[in-house]
Design a protein around this ligand. Sequence first.
Ligand SMILES: NC(=O)c1ccc[n+]([C@@H]2O[C@H](COP(=O)([O-])OP(=O)(O)OC[C@H]3O[C@@H](n4cnc5c(N)ncnc54)[C@H](O)[C@@H]3O)[C@@H](O)[C@H]2O)c1
Ligand SMILES: O=C(O)[C@H](O)COP(=O)(O)O
Length: 593
Amino acid sequence: MAPSALDPPTPTPAFPPATYRILVPEHLSPEGLALLRANPTFAVDTPPGPLSEAELCALIPAYHALIVRSETRVTAAVLAAGAAKLRVVARAGVGVDNIDVAAATRGGIVVVNSPSGNLVAAAEHTVALLLATARHVGAADAGVKAGRWERARLVGVEVGRKTLGVVGFGKVGMKVARMAKGLGMRVVVVDPYASKEVAARAGVELRAALADVLAEVDFLTVHTPLLASTLGLLGEKELRRMKKTARVLNVARGGVYDEAALLKALDEGWIAGAGLDVFTSEPPVEGSVAARLAAHPKVVSTPHLGASTVEAQENVSMDVCAQVVEILKGGLPTAAVNAPIILPEEYRRLQPFVRLIERMGSLYTQHFASARGGMVGGRRFELVYHGELAGMSNTRPLFAALVKGLVSSISDLGGRDVNIVNATLIAKERGIAIDEKHVRDGGAVPTYASAVTLRSLSSGGDEAASQAGEQVIEGYVSGNDVFISKLDRFTANFQPQGTLLVLHNYDEPGKIGNVGMLLGRHGVNINSMHVASALYGGATPAAAAIVDGPIAANGRAAREALMILGVAGEVTEDVLRELEAAEGILDVSLVRL
Ligand SMILES: NC(=O)c1ccc[n+]([C@@H]2O[C@H](COP(=O)([O-])OP(=O)(O)OC[C@H]3O[C@@H](n4cnc5c(N)ncnc54)[C@H](O)[C@@H]3O)[C@@H](O)[C@H]2O)c1
Ligand SMILES: O=C(O)[C@H](O)COP(=O)(O)O
């Protein structure tokens, strides 16, 4: 059986078992690296970076984790090159715009970041640029160092009692607003997702639209992520509406201001100055608009230093390295960008059910679908959680486990693993629809504290037709072991593991002996045997089956049963054909779990 949806990666033969390689091609604070290196099974490589796409593509196939800052572009090509082993891309910082998160999601690769490790640093840097642009700190410093003493040319403005516009009232924006209040500024805020109450508590004025603040602010600072909706958010139209004395700041991302429009605004005097930490190309490509902005006399420029404090670097490094350790050891991230957050306690409780449901899915595919020429893709499934399990609100790992079980044994996933990151996408690609139902009291399977029913429904049609085409597997967990309690209309009690031969047969004397002899002739050993009946469960032939089936060869109404044999040895196609041809055997499926 393949590892579960949440298991750590399978070690590759090139390295000792459980050795994971981590690539860190950018400068990362040593505190985080120490966390990684404290683990003797982790090998950490820190080549001098940043690496180009081609260099990364060449290196990445050997790595299980990649840790970057803003200088490395983690493209779809890099992620594809790393598909076989790469489990996690960690961003030691906030912005993930240098990572193709959609491609990572398709590949089942978790992307994690440090959502708040550098927020104080970013906010303080914004305030540093606010004051530096107000008081020409950069030009003054350069002048003194060049032997000039220019006092009249470098008269500045005060920020106290002025109005600061904050676009993006998230973690950094909110911190900047508080600090600005501390400097005696009036703060007006624009953020379509901000709450009025939070704004009121912070003592700032929340405005509905950007257009509402442009004409009144003395300083404007942006703190949004770079998204399609924020690219060029401040363009020519917006900059033209600002005061000629206004100054703008960007410690968020290059591109939120339209750089060409900003350059024009500074050249033509629509605004007075800018403080820029970020650019559309970093370092700005020679001769580009970004480079002209960075070198502009009215601009105070810093080389993306917003997060560059000792404290912030220590925070983000520890944050993401701790998550990489957790993920590689099979645990959970605390700040995944493309996966739901699951609490450790929930995760622990779900673990045996992840195993059970993945096996139920795999059993479904191999017993019902492949063995009978059926399909999994395009089908509709119902996953019903009974008892205590029904009370679990976060069942995402169970959903992922079912998708994995259904598709892994038959599909070529191009080296992708199915997990909580990409399960929805893969189900969609295959046309598999899964409804999850929570049945808290009683329900169809009241015997166990927690149980699961997997039902495959024929798509379309009315309710009756749907029920006729329905195939059912039920299972439960006892201690650490998982059991199947129903397979189709047969009540069972077996552990879904190893290689199983599932024989549907007329329940008549001699069947078991005949099958045993046939398998023996082919060198196939029987390790375990369970007989499943249509009325009640049992692990012995005596407990077998009573159900009216078709008319048997001898003309009597036949009773049917399922024989589930755990086998060792090669079960070839010939063996399967012989079994199918044996008297009283209705059909046979070979299931590898
Ligand atoms: N220069 C640096 O070194 C540095 C350091 C840290 C963070 N950053 C960047 O700062 C930015 C903000 O980081 P954060 O942690 O505060 O993010 P955040 O997610 O906490 O906040 C972003 C805010 O922007 C708002 N927003 C989104 N679209 C908007 C729009 N069209 N108009 C107005 N508001 C909008 C969101 O509602 C959210 O409140 C990010 O781009 C991040 O990468 C840069
Ligand atoms: O988004 C971020 O966290 C900042 O832009 C920091 O980037 P850096 O890690 O390259 O300093």
